[in-house]
Design a protein around this ligand. Structure first.
Ligand code: IPD
Ligand code: CA
Ligand code: CA
Length: 261
């Protein structure tokens, strides 16, 4: 199944990279405020679905652009292009994300960065890899020297005040905070130790499913804002190595409203 996921991700990544040479000529639609989708998202998703359906015609699919395709208890969770806004601006930070869930458990995850040809893979119980080399989360133990990643809740104005309080607390107490614009890559970077911690409000399952398994298989901890495991449902996520996860949780906990729990 990993072979199929990798083939699908690489094929989609190839399409994305070829399209990046014609950015000005792409058809772009607006799904909602600040939420764009281009023909590349659709073409990449179709390619991924075709590869998966050919190998596993009975499996279910949950894909960002085409929604649910009902099948058996295996579900492929697909974000064909995570970081669309970056891609459309020629900002070099975007990826393909594909995960496989067996009932409610994520069993494999692939995040592919076609620009840098970086392939992040994880299988439940089998560790996490970058281009076939084992990766681990960082050994950072001190928040004051930690580099954190985050995403802004730009689609959720109702959470902006709470988010800004979290940001206000963490900005002076860490070495830096990055908002790079692809949650899938943020999580993959956490799994390799390039980031020490990460938090975001309002993610979708396809943004994070593959990245979460990468982090867990690399020795990291992932929770929702209640310190529980309902992150796929709530879309609110805190993650890091065990120490950094705890430190971020403690820092933002006072600002976690009931709606964020
Ligand atoms: C977005 C990216 C971004 C996150 C947004 C997502 P998309 O995915 O992951 O980092 O902050 O919430 O929607 O729309 O580019 O696939
Ligand atoms: Ca996404
Ligand atoms: Ca997307």
């Amino acid at each position: 199944m990993l072979t199929i996921a990798v083939r699908a991700a690489r094929n989609a990544g190839g399409l994305i990279q070829r399209s990046s040479e014609n950015l000005g000529r792409l058809t772009i639609d607006k799904k909602s405020k600040n939420d764009f989708v281009s023909e590349v998202d659709y073409i990449a998703e179709q390619e991924i679905i075709q590869v998966i359906k050919y190998a596993y015609p009975d499996h279910s699919i949950l894909a960002e652009e085409s929604g649910e395709h009902k099948g058996n208890h295996y579900t492929w969770i697909i974000d064909p292009l995570d970081g669309t806004t970056n891609f459309l601006h020629g900002y070099p930070q975007y990826a393909v994300s594909i995960a496989l869930k067996n009932k409610s458990k994520i069993e494999l995850g692939v995040v592919y960065d076609p620009l840098r040809d970086e392939l992040f893979t994880a299988e439940k119980g089998g560790g996490a890899m970058l281009n076939n080399r084992r990766i681990r989360v960082s050994k950072q133990t001190d928040l004051s020297t930690a580099l954190l990643g985050t995403g802004f809740p730009f689609k959720f104005p109702q959470h902006l005040d709470a988010y800004i309080e979290m940001f206000r607390t963490l900005t002076p107490t860490t070495a830096g905070i990055r908002r790079a614009g692809s949650a899938a890559l943020d999580l993959a970077y956490l799994a390799t130790g390039r980031l020490d911690g990460f938090w975001e409000i309002g993610l979708k399952e396809w943004d994070m499913a593959a990245g979460i398994l990468l982090v867990q298989e690399a020795g990291g901890v992932v929770t929702d804002f209640s310190f529980n495991d309902q992150y796929l449902k709530s879309g609110n996520i805190i993650t890091g190595n065990p120490k950094m996860h705890q430190a971020i949780y403690q820092a933002i906990e006072p600002y976690v409203t009931d709606q964020l729990k």
